[in-house]
Design a protein around this ligand. Sequence first.
Ligand SMILES: Cc1cc2nc3c(=O)[nH]c(=O)nc-3n(C[C@H](O)[C@H](O)[C@H](O)COP(=O)(O)O)c2cc1C
Length: 141
Amino acid sequence: MALIHLIYVSAASREYSDAELDDMLASSIRHNTPQGITGMLLYAGGNFIQVLEGEAAAVDETYDRITRDPRHHGLILIERSAIQEREFPQWQMGFRRLSQADIAAGPAFFPLLKNAFDTTANTITPGIARELLAQFVLQSA
Ligand SMILES: Cc1cc2nc3c(=O)[nH]c(=O)nc-3n(C[C@H](O)[C@H](O)[C@H](O)COP(=O)(O)O)c2cc1C
């Protein structure tokens, strides 16, 4: 029973409405709940960043499905590693859509995101990704 987490960034294939994002999230939660997957999804400036956590087989199967989803492309796997415990146990998938204002008003590391969310630049580090995702658990609590 090995717990892992997996973090990736991707580029949205187009702009999504709130309703479309809600549908995406509802379907994710429907799949994640029986699979024991938890995590956090952020959508900002046309990019996604997501952390999935759970049993390795369940996380890998879910990520494999996500990579084949035409709603995004250019996925970059930032980290896949063993964890002792979940960082997002309360979220079958937490979600935040970040506006430019959120980013402007956000924590000091947000300037890094100008590059981090440029999926061609591949400058995001696991530490920054984790810090960013964890920040939104605090804000959503
Ligand atoms: C950015 C993004 C994040 C997603 N996250 C998840 C997820 O956490 N879990 C999941 O099962 N599907 C997730 N999906 C959806 C899958 O790619 C896939 O569409 C879905 O699991 C298929 O289920 P459905 O046919 O019941 O809608 C995500 C898709 C995108 C574009």
